[in-house]
Design a protein around this ligand. Structure first.
Ligand code: AMP
Ligand code: FE
Ligand code: FE
Ligand code: ZN
Length: 282
């Protein structure tokens, strides 16, 4: 019998709505053999998830992960890292610096949102989402809760989107450095959701080669919403560049309610456990 996994999952430690413990319980209830916790620029949930899995008798297997927001030619690129050492000093110093920058940005964002007519402070958002690395999704939810907009999508559309009046830019690590950082922490770097960047076929091809030259090892070819033909094309691309294949849902709980853990959108996702050993991750 085929066993299934999910290698792309967010918790309350970034912008998901389930705690690491709840994710372990849900994975177990869904019969997943393993899942990777891949919070945005954050590793604080990993130990908690592991402890919960131990409490449940060692299943599901929790794979330590991260999703690093990086940048290449003005595009935001997400690099997943698997099986890395969450306590590695290089990672910790990157995350510390990143957090400091986020704090500055969050203060500026609160000022802009207040100026737009929705009074909000960083302290208030921190109190509402005590575990999270705060960012736009949290401000969006506060704006909904205050009745200023009707949905998170509307908050992004009218205020927080990249071109919106309350957007504040932030510095991101170059994609090649994100790959290197993951390698230096003993992890396996993987390009997340390659079709989300709006690249042409040729551009994606050359980008994959560039990242491979920097040490990229894998590509997320199975993803919520990708058709069978999308995934097949991505698997051919991965093969051409000597990259292993991974897959995950990008589950965020109620923040992306259409996506289900393990099975994606309308059950279109199925990631077999065998991918993990093919990738050499475990
Ligand atoms: P930040 O890192 O603070 O810039 O926020 C980026 C996060 O906002 C992404 O990881 C998404 O989860 C979320 N996001 C970006 N654009 C949208 C959108 N149009 N609608 C809903 N969520 C979005
Ligand atoms: Fe997210
Ligand atoms: Fe992502
Ligand atoms: Zn993600």
């Amino acid at each position: 019998m085929t066993e299934f996994i999910d290698l792309h999952v967010h918790s309350t430690c970034s912008d998901g709505t389930l705690t690491p413990e709840e994710l372990v319980q849900l994975s177990a209830a869904k019969g997943l053999r393993a899942f990777a916790l891949t919070d945005h620029d954050q590793v604080s949930g990993i130990e908690r998830a592991r402890r919960e899995a131990l409490r449940l008798g060692g299943s599901p297997q929790v794979i330590p992960g991260i999703e690093i927001s990086s940048e290449w030619q003005n595009s935001e690129i997400h690099i997943l890292g698997y099986d890395l050492d969450p306590a590695h000093p290089a990672l910790q110093s990157y995350l510390d610096e990143f957090l400091k920058e986020r704090e500055d940005r969050n203060r500026k964002m609160a000022e802009k949102i207040t100026a737009a007519g929705c009074p909000v402070t960083v302290e208030e958002v921190t109190e509402r989402f005590p575990e999270a690395v705060l960012g736009r999704p949290h401000y969006a939810r506060i704006m909904v809760e205050k009745g200023f907009v009707t949905s998170v999508a509307a908050a992004f559309q009218q205020y927080l989107g990249d071109q919106g009046p309350c957007y504040v830019n932030r510095r991101r690590i170059p994609s090649r450095d994100a790959v290197q950082l993951i390698l230096s922490c003993g992890g396996h770097p993987v390009l997340a959701h390659p079709l989300q960047y709006g690249f042409s076929k040729d551009r994606l091809e050359s980008f994959a080669q560039l990242l491979k030259d920097s040490g990229l090892e894998g590509m997320e070819c199975l993803y919520s919403g990708y058709s069978v033909s999308d995934s097949e094309k991505l698997m051919q691309l991965a093969k051409r560049h000597g990259l292993f294949v991974t897959g995950g849902s990008d589950f965020h709980g109620a923040n992306k309610p259409q996506i289900e853990l393990g099975t994606g959108i309308n059950g279109n996702l199925a990631v077999p456990y065998s991918l993990l050993s093919d990738a050499g991750i475990c």
